[in-house]
Design a protein. Sequence first.
Length: 117
Amino acid sequence: MAKGYGRGMPGMGGGMNMNMLKQAQKMQQDMLRMQQELQEKEYQAASGGGVVSATVNGKHELKNLVIDPEAVDPDDVEMLQDMIVAAVNEAMRSADADAASTMQSLTGGLNLGGLGL
């Protein structure tokens, strides 16, 4: 082995200085706090011109579903089902977009996908 290799850089604590370590710990704490806030946040979307409205949280749980009685046509249940699916999916897309945007602003655009974020 060449002289000087494998021992880390002198004075750098094995390659990472204390300031970098503190910054990484703070970012980790901030990310955990943001993830918890995002999970508790609610997102709403509507379909069919507002006759169906769905509310989900950041954990992708359906919290509320409102259907205007005018949307209920016994001869066309399929359309109502489609409007429900559309509203729920749009609310979930809103939750995902908010989570991605929030995490990107927190990480400064770093790609941390391998960390499950």
